[in-house]
Write a new protein. Sequence first.
Length: 97
Amino acid sequence: MKLLSHIPAILKNKFLLATAGFAVWMLFFDRNDLLTQFDRFKKLKELEESNAYYTLKITEAKAELEKRETDPAAFERVGREKYYMKRKDEDVFLFEE
């Protein structure tokens, strides 16, 4: 009994001890602990950034497709730039940077 008399009364409170034990369990030992939540939050931010990037790329591709469908000169430009096509009387020179 001498040992228990040196412990403050607040540390003898079983409700406080149960709440502290529960908080420690939830923060460090649970399947959804604090570190896991932080990693998931970081992954969510990366996915949102990549979603914004790909949404931008999709809108650019749709605009390019619409331009190709309406402008006949765009066919020639795409053929020359991407597929290195040329006319019969032309020479093509490729420069690497």
